[in-house]
Design a protein around this ligand. Structure first.
Ligand code: GAL
Length: 647
């Protein structure tokens, strides 16, 4: 378990570098990520490389005993490159080029850009691939950030047509799959198909879904151009990419297969402010971040990295990019770092070593202030480094007892066809995740085709395009499996299944969905479960079945149907209903559960249980009475961390 930071040597006078490197090492940092936006300094003129400064920066860091994570600079193609090849620019939904002057202005489908990226990565990996100070690589930076996955350029259109030809083989098959007969949209050849933008009203949902799948594949193949070069020229070094919280625009599991390590950028306060949470939640966790957001992403990226993952950018103080940018309470940067380790992180790296006095992110804190003095985040990073030495190494996380299925296909489909405002997959999934965490459970967040063996409980929040193979994998595990609303409601082409929803699930759980309705806020479908009357929201399905329901709607009809270990929910449950359902299932699955005090969360790694207090009040750690604390104590202040060895 190591610490690191992101460093931009080109932002600082060269005569500061050695002192920076010495202080980093002294503080206990190890992995130093550099270079990911430095194209204009590496290649100031077309074909003219200036390696001198980068040679010296890497040497200085290496000489201090630090290990460099070298970023490829492809998130920021320089001005001369864009001017020479304007077709590198992505086009937005309205067909406008994305202008030069910030970052991520490129189109994943530009063949010119892919060739230019291959060239710069080849040059970098040739020069530094065997350098002993370079320990790892990061490709690009935050694919998809600033809404940049989908581009509607002529390059994208061309590659989309090829992609469709591969997928459907004949245009007749495409017409059938999409139902293009509907509005006289039938195509005579793949060449007639355009990207689904600039239409008068909504484009065909199957067309949009395929465009999203195509765009996701483009990100994966774009990244692969780089990983293949780096593997060839820099063998033995780990390759990673830094993902973002909850980011839905491409399949991270697919991209993760080309990496050695998944990493993600954790900005707890920025993410809370910028996500869907209520004003009350934003106010309550203003200075700590939401108790489950970091954990959810840690658990998802652990799966994307097949067990190996880092936090590449950890928020060190106030950021600059949310609507409001509060400062964390003292101790919170430390707590976030420990929480990542508790969820299995190999490394936590802070963004950034020092606050920049200029340009877009000058209001973003670093571990140090612009005048080189240590800021609060830096003090806490040092504390974590000291504590890591005392605690010693921990092995990886064991398989959790519960799996929550994260589906990109579900996210895309439900964005394209929400049918009720606010029907967002991520919110539904996160609410199940929270309910599990309120019970103190460890969770794995896994893809729909995961190896489910060994899980006792599987929660599939909603998988509209569920396939028979995915279903078989879940069932074969012998776990209790809960499917959320809309599961099995579409074929992979986007049709309503001939047998009606839940499609393939009907063969295993005999019911069918005859009608669905979405409901505006304030209209709550009430559910009777045991002797309680609890609320759903937004969604209600009318189910026909001979099975005895596990819960019913107050106004009649099954709300939760089940048989043996499989069950299906016909509404979106509010939190008390979610708790009731998940608790019953956990009990049937024989899981030992607790009840976490508000804001307190647990995670176990290699026999050590960690507790975190996200609430603004002091809380008791849910530790055994005779626990011997490795970190903290029985009483946890706000932002407190306690850890004890699990008997
Ligand atoms: C990340 C990005 C960094 C920096 C940071 C600021 O999204 O990767 O380059 O912009 O945000 O919080």
């Amino acid at each position: 378990m190591k610490l690191g930071c992101c460093y931009y040597p080109a932002h600082w006078p060269e005569d500061w570098w050695a002192d920076d490197a010495r202080r980093m090492a002294e503080m206990g940092l190890h992995h130093i990520r550099i270079g990911e936006f430095a194209w204009s300094r590496i290649e100031p003129e077309p074909g003219t490389y200036d390696w001198g400064w980068l040679d010296r920066a890497i040497e200085t860091l290496g000489a201090a005993g630090l290990s460099v994570v070298l970023g490829t600079p492809t998130a920021t193609p320089p001005k001369w490159l864009i001017d020479a090849h304007p077709d590198i620019l992505a086009l937005d939904r309205d067909g406008r080029p994305r202008g030069f002057g910030s970052r991520r202005h490129y189109c994943f489908s530009s063949e010119t850009y892919r060739a230019e990226c291959a060239r710069i990565v080849e040059a970098l990996a040739t020069r530094y691939g065997q350098n002993p100070a370079v320990g790892a690589w990061q490709t690009d930076n935050e694919y998809g950030c600033h809404d940049t996955t989908l581009s509607y350029s002529p390059n994208a259109a061309k590659r989309f047509r090829d992609w469709l030809a591969q997928r459907y083989q004949s245009v007749e098959a495409l017409n059938r799959a999409w139902g293009t007969v509907f509005w006289s949209e039938e195509f005579r050849s793949f060449d007639e198909v355009d990207p689904p933008n600039l239409t008068v009203t909504e484009a065909n949902p199957s067309h949009r879904m395929d465009y999203q799948r195509f765009a996701s594949d483009e990100v994966v193949s774009f990244n692969r151009v780089q990983t293949e070069i780096i593997r060839r020229l820099s063998p033995g070094r780990d390759i990673t990419h830094n993902f973002m919280a909850f980011h839905p625009s491409f399949d991270h599991f697919a991209l993760g297969r080309d990496l050695d390590i998944a990493s993600w950028d954790s900005y707890p306060l920025g993410n809370l402010e910028s996500s869907w949470f209520s004003d009350a939640e934003k106010a309550r966790y203003l200075k700590t971040g939401h108790p489950d957001v970091q954990a959810f992403n840690h658990d998802a990226y652990r799966a994307a990295g097949r067990g190996r993952w880092w936090v590449m950018e950890q928020q060190p103080g106030p950021v600059n990019w949310a609507r409001y940018n509060p400062a964390p309470i003292d101790g919170m940067v430390r707590a976030w770092s420990w929480e990542a380790f508790a969820h299995g992180a190999e490394t936590v790296s802070y963004f950034r070593w020092r606050q920049a006095p200029f340009a877009q992110e000058q209001m973003h804190a670093g571990l140090n202030r612009p005048d080189r003095s240590l800021d609060q985040g830096g003090k806490e990073a040092r504390q974590v480094a000291d504590e890591l030495k005392t605690l010693g190494a921990l092995g990886p996380c064991a398989k959790a007892p519960v799996a929550l299925v994260l589906s990109y296909e579900a996210q895309w489909h439900l964005r394209i066809q929400p049918q009720g405002a606010g029907f967002a997959w991520v919110v539904l999934a996160f609410e199940f995740y929270q309910a599990l965490r309120r019970m103190g459970l460890d969770i794995d967040v896994v893809p729909p085709n995961a190896d489910f063996s060994g899980y006792k409980l599987v929660i599939c929040p909603s998988e509209p395009m569920l396939t028979a193979a995915q279903l078989d994998g879940m069932i074969a595990s012998g776990a209790h499996v809960l499917f959320g609303p809309r599961t099995g409601s579409r074929t992979v082409e986007g049709r309503i299944p001939d047998v009606l929803p839940p499609g393939p699930l009907r063969a295993k759980l005999p019911f069918k969905v005859n009608r669905v309705e979405s409901l505006r806020p304030g209209i709550a479908p009430m559910v009777l479960v045991d002797d309680k009357r609890l609320s759903g929201r937004l969604w209600r399905e009318q189910i026909e079945t001979a099975l005895e329901p596990w819960a019913t709607f107050e106004h009649g009809g099954p709300a939760w149907v089940g048989q043996g270990k499989l069950s299906y929910l016909a509404t979106w449950p509010e939190s008390e209903l979610t708790d009731a359902i998940v608790q019953k299932l956990a009990r049937s699955a024989g899981l030992a559960t607790g009840h976490m005090p508000e804001g307190v969360r647990l995670r176990t790694r290699d026999g050590v249980t960690f507790a975190f207090n996200y609430s603004p009040e002091t809380r008791d750690a849910p530790a055994p009475r005779d626990a011997k604390f490795l970190l903290g104590a029985a009483e946890m202040p706000p932002g407190g961390v306690s850890a004890w060895r699990f008997a």
